[in-house]
Design a protein around this ligand. Structure first.
Ligand code: PMP
Length: 444
């Protein structure tokens, strides 16, 4: 079977289709923080794909672990066999999560992890005689996944409108965009004010109908790495506790070290009821994600006929062997610590760009989850008019200069034209210039 000749411009008629018509260069190989296309051009992976390749590409330890597993078995269906990589990975994950969160359910990606959290929460409510609780409050903007359930709690209209109405429309509150507020409150007061919107929404819906609240602890692509004031996090936990609402942290993008701690929840000492993980969890080496839950939610469900939910590929030995090696590398090499240290340096350098480029409105984020928002006026944070939005163009210019970054347009939309700068957590101090030089050149 002969493969058709590859058009290196990537413009050939393809049988594949994805989101847009735009074609990109053909990938050849990747190593560490670098990637090469088939013409031999080198790129710095400044966004870790979509914030996925946390430990870099072609890590020899992970490849060896995968090779060793492949020699033994690649697939064993979970209802036919237990497998050691899945057991070991579950134990490893449980040790890294807050006390009590020690039951792990494997999936193949972020949407599936969120979907699993929603379904476990619902089954739990039914198992404990709280059948009236089915509403999941989320925030806008937000992104929680592509499947219909995860999409129903996604708060970004450009993602949901093409499918509206959702299978069940879910209530939403604003994400805390405190940096845009022009009032006399302090940031911490604003943080509490946004959290209190959750309480108001629970009361409006009727607490006995509310099952859960789902949030990204640090906004991902939907808000451009938006971090809430410290006061927001404990207040949200308090409100959920007061009304018996389960708190779901979607750590699909923030987890596995990206923000400078293994979980973003650790920055505020929060113990969520459920955690969704993927992306950096297997860092691109395998399609893998996880839902982490406490016994007190899992056991009632298991006693009432079990969790009626699962994915064929979930927990397969090859993916779990990859995930285990990735997390052992992540912890063993203190990559969250590196993300915190290098992230601070990179953020300071990005902040420095404000002096030169007045259209940079905000530089924000935590660890190596960083974003730069482009605006018409920094003082008023007025967004660029749609025809002048520049992030997409900036990404193309960076591409030409061998730097891959990620963009989202969510204002107009809502939260501006922004680029995300999220390199692998293994980035070294010396490599910061490999991001800053092409980026600065592209901005000029
Ligand atoms: N939740 C968050 C916070 C995400 O960033 C994403 C992916 N961008 C998802 C869920 C969905 O993950 P996946 O694309 O792996 O299904």
């Amino acid at each position: 079977f002969a493969l058709p000749e590859v058009d290196t411009d990537g413009l050939a008629r393809s049988h594949l289709f994805y989101q847009s018509r735009q074609r990109r260069p053909m990938l050849d190989r990747a190593s560490g923080v670098h990637m090469w296309d088939v013409t031999g051009k080198r790129y710095l992976d400044g966004s870790s794909g979509a914030m996925v390749s946390n430990i870099g590409h072609s890590d020899p330890v992970v490849l060896n672990a995968m090779r060793a597993q492949m020699e033994k078995s690649t697939f064993g269906y979970r209802l036919h066999f237990e497998n050691a990589p899945a057991e070991n990975l579950a134990r490893f994950v449980a040790d890294l999560c807050p006390t009590g969160l020690d039951r792990v359910f494997f999936v193949s990606g972020g949407s599936e992890a969120v979907e699993s959290a929603l379904k476990l929460a619902r089954q739990y409510a039914l198992a404990v005689g709280q059948a009236s609780r089915f509403k999941v409050i989320s925030r806008y903007p937000s992104y929680h996944g592509a499947t219909f359930g995860a999409l129903a709690v996604t708060g970004t209209a450009s993602m949901t409108a093409p499918f509206a109405p959702m299978m069940h429309e879910m209530p939403k509150i604003p994400a805390p965009t405190c940096y845009l507020d022009r009032d006399s409150l302090t940031m911490e007061e604003r943080g509490r004010r946004y959290a209190d919107m959750l309480e108001a929404e629970i009361l409006r819906q009727g607490p006995e109908t509310v099952l859960a609240f789902i949030m990204e602890p640090v906004g991902g692509a939907s808000t451009g790495a938006l971090v809430a004031p410290d006061s927001y996090y404990p207040r949200v936990r308090e409100i959920c506790d007061a009304y018996g609402v389960l708190l779901i942290y979607d750590e699909v993008m923030t987890g596995a070290g990206r923000t400078g701690r293994f979980l973003a929840a650790e920055h505020w000492g929060i113990t969520p009821d459920l955690i969704a993980l993927s992306k950096g969890f297997a860092a691109g080496y395998a399609p893998l994600g996880a839902l982490v839950a406490p016994d007190r939610l899992v056991e009632p469900v298991m006693e009432h006929g079990g969790f009626i939910h699962g994915y064929t590929y979930a927990g397969n030995p090859l993916a779990c062997a990859a995930g285990l090696a990735v997390l052992q590398e992540t912890v063993g090499r203190d990559l969250p610590g590196n993300a915190a240290r290098i992230g601070d340096q990179l953020k300071a350098r990005l902040d420095g760009l404000k002096d030169r480029f007045p259209f940079i409105g905000d530089v924000r984020g935590k660890g190596l989850l960083l974003a730069v928002e482009l605006v018409a006026d920094r003082e008023t944070m007025t967004p660029l008019p749609p025809e002048k939005m520049a992030a997409a163009r900036l990404v193309d210019l960076a591409y030409e200069r061998g730097l891959i970054i990620y963009w989202r347009r969510t204002r107009g939309g809502y939260l501006g034209d922004h680029i995300m700068v999220c390199p692998p957590l293994i980035l070294t101090e010396d490599q910061i210039d490999e991001i800053m030089d092409p980026l600065t050149d592209a901005l000029v």
